[in-house]
Design a protein around this ligand. Structure first.
Ligand SMILES: *[C@@H]1O[C@H](CO)[C@@H](O)[C@H](O)[C@H]1NC(C)=O
Ligand SMILES: *[C@@H]1O[C@H](CO)[C@@H](O)[C@H](O)[C@H]1NC(C)=O
Ligand SMILES: *[C@@H]1O[C@H](CO)[C@@H](O)[C@H](O)[C@H]1NC(C)=O
Ligand SMILES: *[C@@H]1O[C@H](CO)[C@@H](O)[C@H](O)[C@H]1NC(C)=O
Ligand SMILES: *[C@@H]1O[C@H](CO)[C@@H](O)[C@H](O)[C@H]1NC(C)=O
Ligand SMILES: *[C@@H]1O[C@H](CO)[C@@H](O)[C@H](O)[C@H]1NC(C)=O
Ligand SMILES: CC(=O)N[C@H]1CO[C@H](CO)[C@@H](O)[C@@H]1O
Length: 909
């Protein structure tokens, strides 16, 4: 049984189970789909040798010449000229007519809108406002100990001579731990500000030469890569590396693809060995990685939403996608209880500023309450100013909880956990911190028993570290894959939960943050150590091989601290926690670094593994299978199971061509393995099976793990369009009328004021292409007609966009939009299509979060125009949604999941 309604998750951290059905009358109408910069497009150009007689002029000059010759109204946003990586331009065009002119230029290879990416948001944050406590132990190397970075430092390997580019919010380069300056000779020695403080994504960037950070994220990332030792006694992973700051975010808002591509190509041309960023990866990033540079990107912070949430095919084949593991040590402060009970620890680097000794007040006496403090408190609530208020985590933001308490006078709060993963919280100026669920339950029981216990908060001497009960496990927020095309992502995991690093001086100088965007720079810094240590061998090879090296030399991640529980699914953990020391020092290597088994329709069960030996004597290796937990990703309605995705022990059946092998000194040997999907699983729940083929050197000194992952079902059998009432309490999809009611019969709209239809739909699984069209009134799509007739839908978008996330929203779909009848795409089955309303390529599935968190899609048909801007004529229509199934043939109508709406009559006065 699943819970009806949506879990309202805010910014990914309130792991609650509240399930109020979303009231459709409360929906705020708004446009759906990813945000774009209106009128702005990225154009990919053919290289000059494809230009024939005009080969002597640059592709850029030819583009501008052709636009002007066609009298287009346009202007230039950015020019890209990184041969082999990306040649093109970003332009603004004034109208659809100008867009048609642009599209008709012969050496234009692809066109895509300029998408906007929000500023990276850490999962939780605590800002250190000063070092009030001189007894902080030097615990902060724990992430280095977890990964062997400490041992490389002991060997004098610090990343010297390696250039690491940080594409982010800029860096506070005047921070003392970041070298105190910018430019040649400084730690932050290269880079640029591509945007300026005031850039929001919606306005024009104002570049300058100083990539100073005003948001914080990039400064934290830079410290993880390369901070010098400091008052908190930590360093970055590669404190001798040269850091480049490429600032793509202003102080607020988003950044456009055009700017991010400019930063990537600039960092490439500046000779960065390693590029670290967190925006969705693009083909440009993958192209750069294919050129031997190491590109690290964040796997994402959407673990709460369950499996198959890493959607982009752009997951970028060549890049290293990084998941997050919890730090083993937590910095805590303690509160003393008046009754002599053991002190309560709270997660904070500095003491809460709470004076004297205060009694507690629990907002609820029920320690299982799901949405404690999420609504305004009842009138019966006393004045809370003299209490430490106890609130249970879940359902809404921490800020909302303390704001509701503050409305009743509260000045201090402790928030007790509802999951095991510890959390450091940020409630702005309001003094509050998180405590464990156990301590919360104890304090609530004292409150219920009216024992009058009080709490005091020592202002010095209270800091210590405690082992993190979740240390070494995956962070709950780390996104679960797999991606729909089943490439192996995330690649690896690194410490990203509860990480102390640098922070802009004017915002407090140091902060503890969590997120896969903390794990990502850790791998970037680790890569600098790998490059420095292996430079003598062959730096190009080291670059290309870095991902396989990290993948095969790391440690599998358990799913819990309980012995006997399965390993965590590789769909969340990738190949496991990196071990940089092993990556540098192992003399054995195995290839490939990942085994991609695909789904049962495209199974590749037999895989060949090559073992190479760089040691001076022959070595014997033994081969074994180490399974990880198999997931049940969806329930019987194919709604995704929330975090934690349940694991079972229905493992793959694995056999080997041999159990051991001898590799001569300096030689290599191969073996084959057959990995069959587990049989006792229900394909309807889309089970993901994964694990490792382990190769251990007989002397036990080297142990390599080759990760594998597959789906024990046919991806094509996944339903795409949600038809259940799970989310809204009424069956989806539906058209909402002007009164806010789902339209269940035919309806006429005048498009005056509020009188227009809005289409709502959810995707249960990702889709290579989703079309929304208007079709004739008499259209009915029976299952029979669906499976029988093949139609000549344009396949151009699919062909053009294969493995190519830049043009994925490019020429093909775009072409259809401009010239809907150019290749006979004007029918679907025998259904005539009146015109296109919207199209998205490579869409991910929806979450069950709220509207801001991708809970559903909504398209307002207002003004009443087709996607190309042409007015929809008076008449009666239906809306048709078509979503191509994963691995489906775009030419086969049977491979689409389709839905038609009730009749919509357009009657504009
Ligand atoms: C940093 O290390 C030094 C030398 O070991 C020690 O004296 C100092 O107390 C440490 N500081 C912190 C904040 O741990
Ligand atoms: C899995 O198979 C599908 C269908 O052939 C293919 O499109 C996809 O690229 C394959 N995935 C990988 C990672 O090879
Ligand atoms: C159609 O919708 C209206 C208003 O939303 C509702 O009153 C009516 O019962 C619905 N009719 C059917 C057959 O569901
Ligand atoms: C739909 O079909 C009916 C009956 O066949 C016909 O009277 C009507 O004109 C058709 N409507 C449209 C818009 O084609
Ligand atoms: C826009 O699309 C509509 C519907 O497909 C079509 O009738 C119209 O000709 C198109 N307009 C242009 C300018 O191509
Ligand atoms: C569209 O329909 C409305 C309502 O029937 C009518 O007032 C209007 O004149 C029509 N417009 C056209 C262009 O036919
Ligand atoms: C293929 C390979 O790694 N060969 C190495 C094996 O070990 C010898 C001796 O250390 C090296 O010289 C080879 O390059």
């Amino acid at each position: 049984m699943h819970l009806r309604g949506a879990v309202l998750l805010t910014l990914g951290w309130s792991l609650g189970t509240a399930t109020a059905a979303v009231d459709i009358h409360s929906i705020k109408k708004g446009p759906a789909g990813p945000k774009v910069v209106p009128g702005a497009y990225i154009v990919e150009l053919d290289t000059p040798n494809a230009l024939g007689k005009r080969a002597s002029i640059s592709p850029h000059a030819a583009l501008y010449h052709d636009l002007n010759r066609r009298a287009a109204n346009w202007n230039l946003r950015k020019e890209y000229d990184a041969q082999d990586v990306f040649v093109g331009a970003a332009v603004n065009v004034a109208s659809d007519e100008d867009l048609v002119k642009l599209a008709s230029i012969s050496h234009v290879k692809s066109i895509s809108p300029v998408y906007l990416h929000p500023r990276p948001q850490p999962v939780k944050s605590h800002i250190v406002t000063g070092k009030h406590d001189d007894k902080l132990p030097p615990d902060t190397f724990s992430t280095h100990k977890m990964t062997g970075v400490d041992k490389l430092h002991a060997e004098g390997i610090y990343g010297k001579g390696i250039k690491v580019a940080v594409i982010d919010t800029g860096i506070d380069d005047l921070h003392p731990a970041l070298g105190g300056g910018f430019g040649k000779g400084s730690k932050v020695s290269f880079g640029t500000d591509l945007v300026g403080d005031a850039y929001t994504g919606a306005n024009a960037p104002v570049p300058d030469n100083d990539p100073m950070d005003c948001a914080g994220h990039g400064t934290h990332v830079a410290g993880i890569i390369g901070a010098s030792t400091n008052e908190y006694n930590f360093t970055g992973a590669a404190p001798s590396a040269d850091i480049g700051a490429y600032r793509v975010f202003g102080c607020e808002g988003s950044s456009g693809d055009d700017v991010i591509i400019a930063a990537l190509t600039q960092a490439y041309k500046d000779g960065a060995n390693i590029l670290s960023f967190e925006a969705p990866s693009s083909v440009v990033a993958s192209n750069i990685a294919a050129k031997g540079r190491i590109v690290t990107i964040a796997a994402g912070n959407d673990g709460a939403y369950g499996s198959f949430y890493a959607s982009s095919p752009g997951a970028g084949k060549e890049v290293i996608s990084v998941a997050s593991v919890e730090n083993t040590q937590l910095i805590v402060q303690t509160a003393i209880l008046s009754n002599g009970h053991a002190p309560v620890v709270y997660y904070s680097l500095t003491p809460l500023r709470i004076p004297g000794s205060l009694p507690i007040y629990a907002l609820s006496t029920d320690t299982t309450v799901a949405n404690d403090g999420c609504d305004p408190l009842p009138d019966s609530t006393p004045d809370l100013s003299g209490y430490v208020v106890l609130i249970r985590r879940g359902s809404c933001t921490f800020t909302q909880k303390v704001t509701n308490a503050a409305a009743k006078g509260a000045k201090y709060a402790l928030i007790y956990n509802n999951v095991a993963t510890p959390v450091t919280i940020d409630t702005g100026d309001f003094p509050a911190a998180a405590i464990s669920a156990e301590d919360g339950a104890y304090l609530v029981s004292e409150f219920v028993a009216k024992t009058g216990v009080t709490l005091t908060f020592p202002q010095t001497g209270g800091a210590s570290t405690v082992p993190n009960p979740q240390g070494g496990l995956m962070s709950s927020f780390s996104t679960y894959g797999p991606v729909n095309d089943l490439v192996f992502k995330p690649s690896v995991a690194a410490p990203g939960g509860n990480i102390l690093s640098t922070w802009p001086r004017n915002l407090g100088s140091y902060a503890v943050l969590s997120g896969t965007s903390m794990a990502t720079p850790f791998v970037a810094g680790s890569s600098a150590l790998l490059l420095e240590a292996t430079a003598k061998q062959n730096s190009a090879l080291a670059s290309l091989g870095a991902r396989y090296r990290f993948e095969t030399t790391g440690s599998p991640v358990p799913s819990s601290q309980t012995e006997g529980d399965p390993l965590q699914t590789l769909a969340q953990a990738g190949a496991g926690l990196v071990n940089v020391y092993n990556a540098v020092h192992y003399t054995t290597s195995v290839t490939p670094g990942e085994l991609i088994l695909n789904d049962t329709a495209h199974a590749r069960p037999v895989q060949v593994i090559t073992v190479k030996n760089k040691s001076k004597k022959p070595q014997t290796y033994t081969i074994s299978h180490i399974p990880a937990g198999t997931t049940a990703s969806f329930d019987s309605d194919q709604q995704a199971i929330h975090y934690p995705v349940p694991l079972n022990t229905n493992y793959a059946k694995v056999s080997f061509s041999r159990k051991s092998l001898v590799v001569p000194a300096g030689g290599q040997a191969t073996f084959s393995t057959t990995i069959l999907p587990p049989s006792r699983v229900d394909p309807k729940v889309l089970p993901v099976y994964s694990g490792f083929i382990r190769v251990v050197r007989k002397d036990g000194l080297e142990m390599l793990n080759v990760p594998y992952l597959g789906v024990a079902a046919k991806m094509k059998n996944m339903k795409i369009i949600d038809r259940t009432d799970y989310y809204f309490g009424v069956p989806l999809p539906f058209v909402l009328d002007s009164a806010g009611n789902p339209q269940n019969a035919s309806r006429t709209y005048t498009f005056q004021g509020n009188d227009y239809p809005t289409l709502f739909f959810r995707l249960l699984a990702g889709s290579p292409v989703v079309h929304v069209d208007l079709v004739g009134a008499n259209t009915t799509l029976s299952t029979r007609s669906l499976s029988q007739s093949l139609v000549s839908l344009s396949t151009r978008s699919i062909e053009v966009s294969k493995d190519d996330s830049l043009s994925k929203r490019g020429l093909g779909g775009f072409w259809d939009w401009l010239f809907p009848h150019h290749s006979g795409s004007g029918t679907f089955g025998k259904v005539p299509i009146a015109g296109q309303i919207a199209e998205w390529d490579y869409v991910g599935r929806n979450s069950d979060g709220d509207a801001q968190n991708n809970g559903y899609n909504a398209i307002e048909i207002n003004p009443p125009t087709f996607a190309n801007g042409t007015a929809i004529p008076n008449g009666s229509y239906k809306l048709l949604i078509r979503a191509l199934k994963v691995t489906g043939d775009p030419k086969s109508q049977a491979d689409y999941d389709s839905w038609t709406s009730p009749l919509i009559t357009v009657a504009k006065p």
